[in-house]
Design a protein around this ligand. Sequence first.
Ligand SMILES: NC(=O)c1ccc[n+]([C@@H]2O[C@H](COP(=O)([O-])OP(=O)(O)OC[C@H]3O[C@@H](n4cnc5c(N)ncnc54)[C@H](O)[C@@H]3O)[C@@H](O)[C@H]2O)c1
Length: 363
Amino acid sequence: MTFEPFDRAVRAAFVGLGRIYDLNMRAYVDNPDVEVVALVDPSEERRTQRQRDWPDARTFASVNELAASGVEVDAVEALLPIPLHVDGVSELLSHGWHVNLQKPMCNDLDDARRLLDAAGAADRQLRVMENYIFYQPLVRLKEIVDSGAIGEVSGYHMKMVASGLGGWDVPASSYEWQFKQMRKGRGILVFDDGWHKLATAVWLFGPIREVRAWVGGTEVVPGIEIDAPSTLVWEHDNGIRGVWDITLAPNMYLRSDYYTNDERWEVTGRRGYARVNRCTGRGIQQPSLEVYADGVMHSHHALDDDWASSFRDSGRHWLRWLHTGEGPMLWSGAEAVSVLRFALAAYASSEAGGIGVNPASLG
Ligand SMILES: NC(=O)c1ccc[n+]([C@@H]2O[C@H](COP(=O)([O-])OP(=O)(O)OC[C@H]3O[C@@H](n4cnc5c(N)ncnc54)[C@H](O)[C@@H]3O)[C@@H](O)[C@H]2O)c1
């Protein structure tokens, strides 16, 4: 694919103005790399609400209307419900627009190929936005691990408790498409939120050669099952093993400005460990990053550990790259496929009783 950075501010459109727009838009505020020219959502209420952020942008009820309007667009922030990703993003690319797509990119490898082919055919960039790898405590954790400060890495452990009380409001319409995903076997914890957790493993330790998983379910309301308890274990090509355990605490209150996930990331090395104590929610009231080595604990008290800042920084990275070519661009569509393969290997393993599955072996 050919790509020439723009030598002027990128003209951008938001397509989908729902819940996560509130965080994605932060990358666009006071950013000379970009000019927001259009807002698209079938909901008039959303268009009116978001127009206040960008009074000079034109609003449209559909992508077709935007395409026919004559408004010139270079790149799109695609904030669509997951079931619309494949058709919706193929359409955006076909108009000649670069796309920053939310995760999960799609549900299976056939759809991933369709998306990459659509980007190739249009000669446009398809980025799959990963904000966790821009979350400052995790970025610092990676630097510390890479520096050798905790010694050679022995293992990686992630924990997530999905709690049912606290956080921001999620519109009922979002649950409708999430339930659709769950009925297709793509749960909100392992697949949707899990995308981020699996991405951190690939980002930290590279390709994965074997995944074993036990995906469970808990009925929370009649007919609706949340995909926990679930446990995933895996081994990277470099021999490092990881484990991620997911539990559900429906009656637990968690203070959060966003979703109510109590999360932990811990890398153990031969001399010590580095642990991120929280991310999306405000669970443990300790420094967000702690590093222990040689009998001494270092606590990081001044990191920007607001989860929303990871959206700002991930989005800015993309816009800067489009404008100037400064990179490397994280993550490309192809890199995102490695995360998809990881998730699909976990499902294949669980369905087969927990056997080891090589993500590369999936067709
Ligand atoms: N990075 C993260 O941590 C994170 C967190 C939450 C959601 N997400 C992702 O963001 C995306 C959107 O999630 P959300 O929570 O904002 O959902 P949402 O349901 O709140 O918003 C989706 C919006 O898209 C609009 N829409 C529907 N069809 C459309 C169409 N054809 N064209 C334009 N707009 C259309 C809806 O009216 C709605 O306003 C999903 O892919 C989700 O997985 C990512």
